[in-house]
Design a binder for this molecule. Structure first.
Ligand code: TXA
Ligand code: MG
Length: 330
């Protein structure tokens, strides 16, 4: 922890564990640290970052936290809330893509919160190159970012496995990205919560890369909602349940034998990484039920399957494209 604090205070980058995925952290008040972070990820400048804090009172120093009070019991946890920014000087413009709002999260990771308490608010996108699969282990961070990161803090595999739920509370509540905190959990506390981009959002500033089509993408093509009997012998297979298929055992990754969605979310990105490493051209994915965290899994898989810009995944160039959710053949 002392090393993480000293690297961050010198405006370096540190990969830190959270309960969702590993984050690449930088000081939110430092222009140079934030610039270094965008460069390391190859992240488009119009895509804002999440500011991570140790406590709600730390967030109150730069954001209007009143709208978040009804859901504060979900923190620390896999939830991000977009709020009005009250002290612009504390969060550099680049971190929020120049906007008047700020995304705030209190992660359920004791080491992350301890570092944030010592250093101040930390921006932390997933510790992968922009548009690629998020890392849920320290080894995956090293494989993604290698030389770009000063220090990786290894706390084992992330418990949840998919990124935090993002809800915008700067107006009528709107779910921008599904996650382990479900739409129902939000509505139980906030009343009605709209889902998806607001009408006309495509023309405005980017609200959330959850809204981008190609994202979370492995190198292989991804074919969704494939029943076991329809899997081809030359495909890799991301399986949900215990059924057999024509895929070779060494190209099969089982998300959950007994169809547990939390277990499936936990293994999702590791499964995509391992199957990608087999060199298979296509990853066939079992149908995942669209309930609870299953909605977050389906959201990430649809982005992994979406058409990609030539030359590799990049969330920036594909921003205008609608999400089709259709299987891709390459
Ligand atoms: O679970 C997580 O949230 C992980 C861990 C590391 O905390 N972080 C993460 O960060 O997923 P990133 O950068 O990959 O995703 C940030 C999301 C994007 O969808 C971004 O557009 C949205 O938050 N976002 C950030 N600031 C925003 C704002 N002011 N308004 C709307 N959306 C915002
Ligand atoms: Mg990300």
């Amino acid at each position: 922890m002392a090393r993480a604090v000293s690297v961050l205070e010198a405006d370096g980058l540190v990969a830190l564990p959270t309960e969702t995925v590993y984050g690449l952290a930088a000081r939110a008040a430092s222009e140079s640290a934030v610039a270094r972070l965008y460069a390391a990820k190859g992240r488009p400048a119009h895509n804002p970052l999440i500011v991570h804090v140790a406590s709600l009172s730390d967030a109150a120093a730069f954001a209007d936290i009143a709208p978040a009070l009804p859901i504060a019991d979900l923190w620390p946890g896999p939830l991000t809330v977009v709020l009005a920014l009250t002290e612009p000087a504390r969060i550099v413009p680049a971190a929020r893509a120049g906007g008047p709002t700020v995304a705030v999260r209190i992660p359920d990771s004791p080491i992350f919160r301890a570092v944030a308490a010592a250093v101040g608010p930390l921006v932390a996108p997933s510790a992968n190159r922009s548009g690629r699969v998020s890392p849920t282990t320290a080894a995956a961070v090293a494989a993604e970012l290698g030389d770009e990161v000063g220090l990786v803090v290894d706390a084992g595999a992330c418990r949840v496995g998919v990124e935090s739920t993002v809800v915008d509370l700067t107006g009528p509540p709107r779910l921008l990205r599904p996650g382990a905190v479900t739409h129902d959990a939000l509505q139980a506390r906030l009343g009605p919560v709209a889902a998806g981009p607001a009408a006309g959002a495509a023309e405005g500033p980017l609200r959330s890369p959850g809204l981008l089509s190609s994202h979370y993408a492995p190198a292989a093509a991804v074919r969704l909602d494939v029943e076991p009997a329809e899997v081809h012998a030359d495909e890799a297979w991301l399986a949900f349940g215990a059924a057999a298929s024509a895929a070779r055992p060494e190209r099969t990754f089982r998300l959950s034998l007994n169809c547990d969605l939390d277990e499936a979310a936990h293994g999702l990105y590791e499964g995509l990484r391992r199957l990608d490493a087999t060199g298979a051209q296509t990853i066939a994915v079992s149908p995942i039920p669209a309930v609870g965290v299953g909605l977050a899994i389906r959201d990430r898989l649809q982005r992994a399957a979406a058409p990609r810009p030539a030359g590799g995944g990049n969330e920036g160039e594909s921003a205008d494209r609608p999400t089709t959710g259709q299987p891709t053949q390459r």
